[in-house]
Ligand binder design. Structure first.
Ligand code: HEM
Length: 385
């Protein structure tokens, strides 16, 4: 057991609302062993901002980790040169220029098509709608045009469940294998077409860069596992947050604030990815605690983004405070490769279109939230017209 102070949590209560425990941890034990999670948690924003860059000590390479075992070793589970080489290979697919010149037009096209289809319904669950929008965006960006959005959503969730399956449930593991096999089949079905007509998709740029099929498959699976639920949760969550904070919506409508401001503040406040794991490769001392080689460490982005040492009103959704120090997309060499695409999809295209096209948008029921490693609304029932 690490020599960090021990802090116990109630797993169910933590899943429902992690913030009270995270505030306690920041205050009393910013480096603490939490037996119920089997890891040492680092909870203060500036500590995370510092240690995420110290890759020689805080390693992303976890060969025995669930993600690597189930999905293959992707770029997020590599350090140093090996990591940077694959980041360079995928950059042409996720760069700000490609997002502006290639993806934005496609995002606008399917958003218009989907909103036109649902407008006559007069009501929906924003989470279901956001799953479809997020899935369509991933189909475009990965190059798996032979996959449906529902299958994209299914395989993403199956892999996420597999990577969080610390209890080793065989049914969850089998479903994850079925999902990765489905992705492999869809990749096989697209290779010839993309070799003949290369494009900016994640699959194609990796083929063009000459990465091995093992690397290429693992990185496409990574984008699917890390690029479906997060945009879904921000789209549905932003709609809920703006409808329950009419003063904030008024700031955007008056032009005093922008949709990007709303996006950054929501992503800070509700951090769709609340945690990222590291394994100690060198002993490292932090707040008097020595993190020894082999220790599993959780960098708690969701806590850092509520750090009262950094944010004026951390627990409040308020665009009048600065979100510039937000670490919602990470804080080091593994900074989210999909950040530009996400900002464009959500804040430049989808959420503005939802508020512009669905007149009189209003909530029609309860909105429960859940999760600490991944956090979002479970359902956002709305009506319009
Ligand atoms: C609002 C949406 C999103 C949020 C909040 C988010 C958040 C994050 C965070 C916190 C990390 C860093 C993890 C770490 O430091 O270990 C990350 C990494 C990553 N994200 Fe995202 N993400 C989002 C959307 C996406 C999308 C749409 C894609 C795919 C196109 C994507 C692809 C990736 C990749 C490939 C990495 C690994 C980067 C690396 O290791 O170098 N993300 N994301």
């Amino acid at each position: 057991m690490p020599d960090a102070p021990t802090y116990h949590i109630d797993r169910d209560a933590f899943w429902r609302d992690p913030y009270p425990d995270l505030a306690q941890l920041r205050e009393m034990a910013p480096v603490a062993w939490v037996p119920e999670l089997g890891a040492v948690l680092i909870t203060r924003r500036d500590d995370i901002f510092t240690v995420e860059k110290k890759i020689e000590a805080f390693s992303s390479d976890q060969p025995e980790g669930l993600m690597t075992r189930l999905m293959g070793q992707n770029l997020m589970r590599k350090d140093g040169d090996a990591h940077q080489a694959e980041r360079r290979a995928i950059f042409p697919s996720v760069s700000p220029r490609t997002v502006r010149d290639v993806w934005k037009g496609q995002f606008e096209e399917f958003t218009d098509r989907i909103l036109t289809r649902i407008a006559p319904d007069g009501a929906a669950d924003m989470v279901t709608l956001a799953r479809e929008l997020s899935g369509e965006a991933l189909i475009a960006m990965t190059g798996l045009r032979n996959m449906s959005w529902a299958e994209m959503d299914r395989v993403s969730q199956g892999m996420i469940d597999g990577c969080a399956n610390y209890v080793g449930d065989p049914a969850v593991e089998a479903r994850c294998h079925d999902c990765t096999a489905s992705i492999d089949r869809h990749i096989d079905g697209m290779i010839e077409e993309l070799r003949n007509a290369p494009d900016a998709s994640l699959l194609s740029v990796q083929l063009q860069a000459g990465l091995s099929m093992e690397q290429t498959r693992a990185n496409v699976k990574l984008a699917i596992s890390g690029g479906q639920n997060e945009p879904r949760d921000v789209i549905a969550g932003m709609v809920w947050a703006l409808l329950t904070h009419p003063d904030q919506l008024a700031l955007v409508r008056s032009g005093e604030k922008t949709w990007i401001d709303a996006f950054e503040e929501y992503a800070r406040w509700m951090s769709p990815i609340g945690m990222s794991p590291r394994e100690m490769r060198q002993d490292y001392e932090l707040h008097g605690v020595t993190l020894k080689v082999g220790t599993r460490v959780f960098l708690m982005f969701g806590s850092g983004n509520r750090d009262e040492r950094v944010f004026d009103r951390p627990d409040v959704f308020d665009m009048t405070q600065s979100a510039a120090s937000s670490i919602a997309f990470g804080a080091g060499p593994h900074f989210c490769a999909g950040a530009w695409a996400s900002r464009c999809l959500i804040a430049e295209v989808v959420v503005p279109a939802i508020f512009a096209r669905l007149d009189g948008l209003r909530l029609t029921g309860e909105v429960p939230f859940g999760g600490w490693a991944f956090r979002g609304a479970l359902s956002v029932p709305v009506a319009w017209g």
